[in-house]
Design a protein around this ligand. Structure first.
Ligand SMILES: Nc1ncnc2c1ncn2[C@@H]1O[C@H](COP(=O)(O)OP(=O)(O)O)[C@@H](O)[C@H]1O
Ligand SMILES: [Mg+2]
Length: 236
């Protein structure tokens, strides 16, 4: 059998938080091994899209298939076990736990999960911080820990929500290098970014979101040609 090129197919995805209807038919796909970036203004629905894929919203309609398996209707726990992981915007580092304890929190759910040594190879800055409490970490260290932590699970599709937000340029560069290494290792990455200058250093393709829908898409090679439109979409 020929392996399907798409690892993720999102079709007509709608999502609600309680009574609030947030996603209005989101359509996009991610090929195996790609870095795909969702762009869009604040409030466009990027985070909600990642959460919906993970089953972390009130109600969903439409279709989200991962490796051909329909996940709308499955619990977040079941979805995680298929091999999808999310690194949330707020990072979720436990302040009272040290770096090692934070790293050990997510369970290994499938083969291919990285052990602590392999994670530290990707994030060498964390090595000398292993015994530091979550509260003592810089924003960059917290972000590296938040990404490193989900690599333990064995997930093959990593969803990273604004990993560069609020970080210094030198740290952003390191995160970019790590994303490239993860891609080289065969991970598929769905990235949410406001910073398309950063995104352009790692992304293969883009989708632009507005008001809970995808309104445009282009390849990284088409970024320059789309710059004027992008400035208008993003209001920058
Ligand atoms: N927990 C929630 N309950 C109700 N509305 C929410 C919740 N989270 C986000 N929203 C609303 O959903 C819309 C999309 O938000 P979000 O997906 O966070 O956008 P983005 O990540 O693109 O900035 C916004 O209007 C936001 O106010
Ligand atoms: Mg967001």
């Amino acid at each position: 059998m020929v392996e399907a090129a798409n690892i993720l197919d999102v079709k007509g995805l709608e999502a609600w938080y309680g009574e609030s209807h947030i996603l209005h038919g989101v359509d996009f796909s991610v090929r195996r091994g790609e870095v795909v970036t969702l762009l869009g203004r604040n409030g466009a629905g990027k985070t909600t899209t990642l959460k919906s894929i993970m089953g972390m919203v009130g109600k969903r309609k439409g279709s989200v298939t991962y490796e051909g398996t329909e996940t709308v209707g499955l619990s977040s726990d079941r979805i995680a076990r298929l091999g999808i992981a999310i690194c949330p915007e707020e990072r979720g580092i436990f302040a009272s736990l040290d770096v090692r304890e934070n790293l050990m929190l997510p369970p290994k759910i499938m083969a291919g999960g990285l052990d602590v040594d392999a994670i530290l190879e990707l994030f060498p800055n964390l090595r000398e911080r292993m015994a530091s409490q979550g509260t003592k970490l810089s924003g960059g260290e917290q972000q590296m820990l938040a990404i490193g932590r989900i690599l333990r699970t064995g997930a093959k599709l990593l969803m990273l929500d604004e990993p560069t937000e609020g970080l210094a340029p030198v740290i952003i560069e390191q995160i970019g290098l790590t994303i490239k290494k993860l891609k080289d290792r065969g991970f598929t990455i769905l990235l949410v970014e406001q910073n398309f200058r950063f995104a352009s250093t790692v992304a293969d393709r883009y989708y632009v979101m507005e008001h809970g829908q995808i309104i445009d898409t282009f390849a990284n090679s088409e970024l320059e040609a789309n710059m004027e439109k992008l400035h208008a979409y993003l209001g920058v």
